[in-house]
Design a protein around this ligand. Structure first.
Ligand SMILES: Cc1cc2nc3c(=O)[nH]c(=O)nc-3n(C[C@H](O)[C@H](O)[C@H](O)COP(=O)(O)O)c2cc1C
Length: 172
């Protein structure tokens, strides 16, 4: 696929909204690692499996493969700054970022909507990405905040449902 085809691919696929999830892992002792993905999804209920897709050049992917586990942190609408920080390369991504270790030792970021702690079950090469399937060990919904979404190249908090509105209006 040439350069302009690649642009077209991204432009069209950008019309499909995604969640914004921080995939974190423990690197060297006390050294958190992480990246942002829009490709996180649940895979199976029995056994409980989830997955995301990592570009083959991702540095976090290498750390996850070495550690054998990762945590998926679903970012909240007020955490765009965190996404911008973790979607970069290099050191210092976690400077000023508050987190606690998960049961598997992966960073759980403060203020997220939910987190899912996994052991790596399978890594499957697919084109220029790797599908990283995780066997869920612990998962928790942390807050009732709305999620951070990504659509047509921009961040947003467009999510609204009748049940959420009722919740806000009457505490239902
Ligand atoms: C909204 C959003 C979604 C993204 N989704 C993915 C994804 O699904 N897979 C991926 O490999 N990179 C994705 N990225 C890009 C990575 O976060 C980015 O390349 C990051 O710098 C990788 O860091 P690393 O090399 O330290 O792992 C996404 C970035 C943003 C802002």
């Amino acid at each position: 696929m040439g350069g302009s085809d690649g642009r077209h691919f991204r432009d069209v696929l950008g019309n499909v909204p995604t969640s914004v999830v921080a995939i974190t892992a423990a690197g060297a002792p006390g050294r958190p690692e992480g990246m942002i993905v829009g490709s996180f999804t649940s895979v199976s209920l029995d056994p409980p499996l989830v997955s995301f897709l990592a570009d083959r050049s991702s540095r976090t992917l290498a750390k996850i493969r070495a550690a054998g586990c990762y945590c998926a942190n679903a970012l909240a609408a007020d955490q765009e700054h965190l996404s911008r920080k973790l979607a970069t390369r290099g050191t210092g991504k976690f400077d000023g970022v508050a987190w606690e270790p998960s049961p598997l030792g992966n960073p759980v970021l403060d203020g997220v909507v939910a987190w899912i702690d996994c052991e790596v079950d399978k890594v499957v090469e697919l084109g220029d990405h790797f599908l990283v399937v995780g066997a869920v060990r612990t998962l928790r919904a942390e807050s009732a905040k709305t999620p951070l979404l990504f659509f047509r190249g921009g961040y947003g908090d467009y999510f609204s449902t009748t049940s959420l509105l009722l919740d806000r209006l009457v505490g239902w």
